[in-house]
Design a protein around this ligand. Structure first.
Ligand code: NAD
Ligand code: MG
Length: 392
């Protein structure tokens, strides 16, 4: 199976290449893409010898092309969003790992869906932004969508094969979406004001990119995942219950009308859902160590605190509003997280910006991709205005 890895230099991209390299008889890296960190992309190309590489800028593309040629590789280097869409939809690619972070992944991920690929979806922002259109594109295609987000991969594993008939038809009462609670789970509300980007990025259980780490700390990650679950499994927002589970051993659960609750467990290592989605319906080794329940000892559960973590409430409101609200929520969050990481705002102001943006721009129906992109752009403008008024 030839695999295009969008976002190959990221945390998910590297874990994907790790799994691929363990099974050279089954998988080959077909295309690798990166936005920055071109040296790392070059090193990955030398190891995996892909047919294509994609970078953001013309100048770095020329440079990389020259280096790879000198090293005796036939890799072709493409540029920009056009290049990303080309390798996502390439007739020779069988599977596409969508692991670009944020809205930048939307078009290439949709291109993979429309080209009937096996799409491994890590890039939750793409689905959150364009949910109805994305799922319609999926239904109109012969693509197969497999969730990589550990929670959604767990839910997928706990649902019957015919769940697309509808959750009620297969006897599902609720989805229990587990959340670690992030690094600030125990922090008092007044202390959240002073946390630094480094503290926010130090997740207790998972090692991830900086954006999703901040999202985990603010619980916006769980909010985005709630919206993601609604689209993936055709659930209503009120059917998805968030449960704090600090050990991150249960990756999510499905509650059935007969009282059965099915859960998927494992060590917190993204190579498990990646290996699952690459090989589904088969199973392959991922190098993840076996779960040692005796060492873990106990599993804890708590209710989320939406007072301290208002992002979760904002995401639930956006899920209920539907239309362009989730795209605006996502875009405002991307701007706010960026501003927090670069020291322009405080951690607690991430929610203030999103709240402000959602309050100033009404949600409208998203009839086409242009509606989604316009809402995304408008939310970025409004978030930028907030920053120029109140940001450092
Ligand atoms: P990361 O920051 O480590 O990597 C992001 C990748 O995207 C990099 O390869 C980067 O070069 C590329 N990229 C960034 N901006 C780009 C742009 N504008 N155009 C093209 N490429 C761009 O992020 P990550 O932690 O690997 O997360 C990737 C996606 O997977 C996110 O949507 C995240 O929410 C999701 N996800 C990650 C994890 C995890 O454990 N890391 C778990 C679940 C879901
Ligand atoms: Mg997750």
């Amino acid at each position: 199976m030839k695999v295009t890895v969008l976002g190959a230099t990221g945390s998910i991209g590297l874990s994907t290449l790790d799994v691929i390299a363990r099974h050279p008889e089954r998988y080959q890296a077909f295309a690798l893409t990166a936005f920055s960190r071109i040296d790392e992309l070059r090193a990955l190309c030398l190891i995996h010898r892909p047919r294509y590489a994609v970078v953001a800028e013309e100048a770095s593309a020329r440079c990389l092309q020259q280096d790879l040629q000198q090293a005796g590789l036939g890799t072709r280097v493409l540029v920009g969003e056009g290049g990303l869409c080309e390798v996502a939809a390439h007739p020779e690619a069988d599977a596409v790992m969508a692991a670009i972070v944020g809205a930048a992944g939307l078009r290439p991920t949709l291109a993979a869906v429309k080209a009937d690929k096996r799409v491994l979806l890590a890039n939750k922002e793409a689905l959150v932004m364009s949910g109805a259109l994305f799922m319609q594109a999926l239904r109109d295609s012969n693509a197969m969508l497999l969730p990589i987000d550990s929670e959604h991969n767990a839910i997928f594993q706990c649902l019957p094969a015919d769940y697309a008939r509808g959750l009620a038809s297969v006897g599902v009462r609720r989805i229990l979406l587990t959340a670690s609670g992030g690094p600030f789970r125990e922090l008092a509300a007044d202390q959240l004001h002073d946390v630094s980007p480094e503290q926010a990025c130090a997740h207790p259980n998972w090692s991830m990119g900086r954006k999703i780490s901040v999202d985990s700390a603010s619980m916006m990650n769980k909010g985005l995942e709630l919206i993601e679950a609604c689209w993936l499994f055709d659930a209503r927002p009120e059917q998805v219950e968030v449960v704090i589970h600090p050990q991150s051993v249960i990756h999510s659960m499905v509650d059935y009308i007969d009282g059965s609750v099915l859960a998927q467990l494992g060590n917190p290592d993204m190579r498990t859902p990646i290996a699952h989605a690459l090989a589904w319906p088969e199973r392959i080794h991922s190098d993840v160590s076996p779960l040692d329940l005796l060492r873990i000892g106990h599993l804890d559960f708590q209710a989320p605190d939406e007072q301290r973590f208002p992002c979760l409430r904002l995401a639930r409101l956006a899920a209920q509003a539907c239309g362009t609200a989730p795209a605006m929520l996502n875009a405002a969050n991307e701007v706010a997280v960026d501003a927090f990481l670069s020291g322009r705002i405080r951690f607690t102001e991430i929610a203030s910006i999103i709240d402000d943006v959602l309050g100033r721009e009404a949600s409208v129906p998203a009839a086409c991709l242009e509606d989604v992109l316009a809402a995304d752009a408008q939310a970025r403008v409004l978030a930028g205005q907030w920053l120029s008024r109140y940001g450092q």
